[in-house]
Design a protein around this ligand. Structure first.
Ligand SMILES: C[S@@+](CC[C@H](N)C(=O)[O-])C[C@H]1O[C@@H](n2cnc3c(N)ncnc32)[C@H](O)[C@@H]1O
Length: 290
């Protein structure tokens, strides 16, 4: 009994859960999580000074760079290249109404803003007050003041959109709160707090946020679901539950742009950092509301 309990919590529980889920790949994944994260430098389209960067990974995103400032704007936003790929797959059309449901600190929001070319309406939502302030700061550091009026920063629980704003948005990015195993593995405090119950609870929250995203979408609208978790409970299994319970209302969108990275899963794509030149961890899957 005692051993069983130990295997569902803390470092041993974490090890047991992920080694069972990933089998022989777990040790290389774990190694890659403890190595220094390979961050990428995404160019800020509206920066007017000289760009210092090299080694293009995907268009506009570089392996090496230097964040510099001109006037009030910064030159590059430092983020995982997989996050840029995810955000680029929402593909908001010109003039559309877009919701970034869990937006802070805002790396993906900046990608969405860039793609909207100053037209439409971009709602950046973030529940945590502190993180919402960080998001506000990021917007002010990267978006020219005269273009900020299409951006609306809000602080609601993402679940409220489906309840209160039905059929409102053309596109939703749901970059959901998740287990973030890379971070967990590198922080003893979080590793001690890890439990199988937590990944299950997060999967429940992710499912309800995804249902909210579907409700707040107009018919024909699209939601891009993503997490930085490697727990299948929080990735394909969330999608499987939506397809099972709401299959008549949604369809999978195939053929996402992966820029040569990533691996297919049952419903989506996962970017994993354990192979040479790899990026992630990040999972994405796109759904269309019929
Ligand atoms: C994975 S992070 C988002 C990262 C962000 N998209 C980016 O690219 O910079 C998830 C965010 O969701 C927020 N969050 C958690 N629960 C939420 C909820 N119920 N509604 C809205 N946001 C929530 C967290 O505070 C966190 O900032």
């Amino acid at each position: 009994m005692k051993n069983q309990a130990a295997a569902t919590k803390g470092p041993e529980g974490f090890e047991y859960f992920y080694s069972k889920m990933w089998g022989s790949r777990w040790s290389s994944l774990k190694d890659s999580f403890t190595k220094k994260e390979e961050k990428a430098y995404r160019r800020n389209k509206w920066f007017s000074g000289e760009f210092i960067d090299s080694g293009e990974l995907i268009p506009g995103v570089y392996a090496k760079g230097e964040v510099t400032e001109s006037k009030d704007l910064k030159s590059h936003y430092v983020m995982d290249a997989a996050s840029v790929i995810v955000a680029r797959n929402l593909k908001p059309t010109s003039g559309s109404k877009v919701l970034d449901m869990c937006a802070a600190p805002g790396g993906k929001s900046l990608v969405l803003f860039e793609e909207m070319e100053g037209k439409g309406h971009l709602v950046l939502n973030e529940l945590s007050r502190n993180r919402k302030e960080r998001l506000r700061r990021v917007v002010s550091e990267y978006v020219p003041q005269e273009m900020r009026d299409i951006i609306d920063i809000r602080g609601f629980d993402g679940n409220k959109y489906g309840l209160n704003l039905k059929d409102e948005f053309d596109f939703v990015l749901l970059d959901a709160p998740c287990s973030g195993e890379r971070h967990t593995l590198n922080d003893q405090k979080y590793l001690n707090m890890w439990s199988k119950k937590r990944t299950r609870n997060l999967a429940g929250l992710q499912y309800s946020l995804l249902c909210s995203a579907l409700l707040t979408l107009k018919s024909g609208g699209e939601v891009l679901y993503s997490t930085c978790s490697i727990s299948s409970l929080e990735n394909d299994e969330v999608i499987a539950k939506v397809l099972k319970k709401k299959g008549e209302q949604v369809e999978l969108v195939h053929d996402l742009d992966t820029f040569g990275f990533g691996e297919k899963t049952e419903y989506g794509t996962i970017f994993l950092p354990d192979k040479e030149g790899s990026i992630g961890p990040l999972y994405m899957c796109k759904l269309r509301k019929k």
